[in-house]
Design a protein around this ligand. Structure first.
Ligand code: IMP
Ligand code: MG
Length: 376
């Protein structure tokens, strides 16, 4: 759907709710309104909240089968993509509603500030006999008012949308479909030799930036623990300090990318480990219209690697950390296969690193977070 994105000022939006689906929701709302008002002896007022509700009110009206009067009002609570919390009455009612039953037509209820202020004003100040709320869309995660929403077309998650009347700084209202803001996912690579502290600091980085931490080592150890076929193959290789085949690791990574829609991005730990994986990652992300955001390198020298890995072997009992021969093999594998990635990502202008040889874990964590801050 790459080509269907739209650009409004500084923001990109991608298709979200098709016109046909919106119309279905309006059909549903119209049925419920008709069921309540059909055969009424008064003339209810349909109140269009300008400008966002123009298309919705227009479609709804064509489906109402009782006599009604249409009037408008203009309120404003949004600036850019944020609700300001204060509702302004920009243009008053185009006709009196005293003693009348009113159906407010809103494009979308978000915090509910607008609709609740409007309902109160119609009842208390304008003397309406009854006020019902009819909204095309509702963001239930944000709506926090005790006021009942009488007719809701469709519930949506808390994302900023445009189209079918909804705007971003007055643009986008004329689109037939609804579009959602397209925030590029972040893909950070936590890089460094074994024992540098990737696993130690990953949690803090992931939490601070709402990233999903993906450790290929942990994904593999989970497969091994579960005794899967993949796990059995991987165990032999890992125990010998060797790398698991690229295709296996990349399959696991791709599955992980699809499994966490609510994060702002991913923190890759232990992947890519060689140039071919780095190129594959670029291709995989390009397919998704995305790219590596930055590499965060944690640097220590070979002697520190040895000390730390030995210490960890005692605590965690990891077979791949145990013997001198295995440690030497891992260090050699790092220098031969993984280290060339530094130049690869430097060439792309994405490489950043910090030395974490000395100091406490907390001091190093502060250094690492400061580095991520400087590139985020
Ligand atoms: P509320 O007062 O927070 O419920 O916001 C209601 C008004 O905010 C709507 O009538 C819209 O004008 C605007 N609004 C809320 N969410 C969005 C959105 O996702 N896109 C565009 N406008 C929105
Ligand atoms: Mg509105």
């Amino acid at each position: 759907m790459k080509e269907e994105k739209i650009q409004l000022f500084d923001k990109t939006f991608k298709p979200y709710i098709r016109h046909e689906r919106i119309i279905e929701a309006i059909d549903g709302v119209a049925k419920r309104v008709n069921a309540d008002f059909r055969g009424c002896t008064d003339i209810p007022v349909i109140l269009c909240v300008l400008n966002g509700s123009i298309p919705f009110t227009g479609e709804l009206l064509q489906r109402l089968d009782f006599n009604c009067q249409v009037i408008s009002i203009k309120m404003s609570s949004y600036q850019g993509t944020q609700s300001t919390g204060t509702v302004l009455n920009v243009m008053g009612l185009t006709s009196s509603v005293r003693g009348r039953r009113v159906i407010i037509c809103e494009d979308i209820v978000d915090t509910g500030n607008t609709i609740v202020a409007l309902k109160e004003m119609l009842l208390d100040k304008e003397g309406a006999a009854d006020v019902r709320i009819c909204t095309m869309l509702l963001k239930p995660e944000v709506y926090d008012k005790p006021v009942k929403l009488d007719y809701v077309g469709m519930e949506i998650p808390n994302d900023f949308i445009v189209g079918f009347g909804l705007d971003y700084n007055e643009l986008g209202r004329n689109n037939k479909d609804i579009y959602v803001i397209d925030k590029p996912m972040k893909y950070y690579i936590l890089f460094g030799p074994p024992g540098a502290g990737k696993g130690t600091h990953a949690g803090a980085i992931a939490q601070k930036y709402n990233l999903k931490h993906i450790s290929t080592g942990e994904l593999l150890r989970a497969e091994i623990a579960a005794g899967t076929e993949l796990g059995k193959q991987a165990k032999t290789l890992i125990d010998a300090g060797s790398l698991v085949p690229d295709s296996v690791v990349e399959g696991m990574i791709e599955t992980a990318f699809d499994s966490y829609p609510d994060v702002d991005g991913f923190l890759l730990d232990g992947f890519p480990r060689n140039l071919s994986q780095a190129r594959d990652l670029d291709k995989l992300l390009e397919k998704r219209d995305e790219s590596v955001t930055a590499v965060v390198g944690l640097m220590i020298d070979d002697n520190t690697i040895r000390e730390r890995i030995k210490g960890r072997a005692l605590i965690e009992g990891r077979a791949d950390d145990a013997s001198d021969a295995t440690i030497t093999h891992r260090i050699e594998t790092y220098h031969a296969q993984t280290e060339p990635l530094i130049d690869y990502y430097k060439a792309a202008g994405k490489y950043h690193d910090v030395h974490v040889d000395c100091g406490t874990i907390e001091e190093n964590r502060a250094r690492v977070l400061a580095l991520v801050d400087s590139i985020a």
